[in-house]
Design a protein around this ligand. Structure first.
Ligand SMILES: Nc1ncnc2c1ncn2[C@@H]1O[C@H](COP(=O)(O)OP(=O)(O)OP(=O)(O)O)[C@@H](O)[C@H]1O
Ligand SMILES: [Mg+2]
Length: 163
């Protein structure tokens, strides 16, 4: 609507090609065109990370891109089109519901990395935190970990961290 022009387009499922110089193209495991819903992106690219995590496999969903490329849109979304985070939270709790034979303890942390400095978004006093490693694995020292019991609880914590 603003008259911006498409500079890169999805050429099939695995290529991004330059609109002005078609010899410039990059290959990816998966490329989604502009008509793709976030729900579809979640189902193809994130759902298996979430279900894997619930079986004990560490997982990361990482949004990377220049400003205005759609990271927040994709990860947060909005009420009528929820993003990866609310979709994942919903899935986590439905997996728990469907696995009555196992007990789960769910904890949420929320941090930012800003100019190479880690700050705790759930605790304003948690600034410039250190990353450490021990036999258990890698962790952020002193970060707040809040136990969550419902999707609404998890999402309200994340919303409080946005402030
Ligand atoms: N797939 C999409 N469909 C419709 N609108 C989108 C889509 N992706 C992004 N937008 C819109 O484009 C604008 C910029 O997107 P967004 O804020 O998500 O970018 P960002 O990568 O988070 O940028 P920043 O690095 O500045 O935080 C927003 O108005 C957003 O609603
Ligand atoms: Mg953003």
């Amino acid at each position: 609507n603003k008259g911006d022009e498409v500079a890169w387009y999805a050429d099939g499922d695995n290529m991004v090609r330059n609109e002005y110089n078609p010899s410039i193209a990059y290959a990816f495991d998966k490329v989604f065109g502009p008509a793709t819903t976030t729900r579809r992106v979640y189902d193809v690219a994130a759902q298996h990370v979430v279900s894997g995590a619930m079986e004990g496999i560490n997982g990361t969903v990482f949004a990377y891109g220049v400003t205005s490329s759609g990271k927040t849109h994709t990860m947060h979304g909005e009420q009528k089109s929820p993003g990866i985070i609310p979709l994942a939270v919903k899935d986590v709790f439905s997996i728990i519901q469907d696995t009555p034979g196992r007990e789960f303890l769910l904890r949420v942390s929320y941090l930012e990395i800003y100019n190479e400095v880690i700050n705790d978004l759930l605790d304003p006093t948690g600034q410039n935190l250190r990353i450490r490693e021990d036999a258990q694995g890698t962790y952020v020292e002193g970060i707040k970990e809040e136990v969550v019991l419902s999707p609404a609880h998890a999402l309200s914590l994340i919303a409080s961290g946005e402030g």
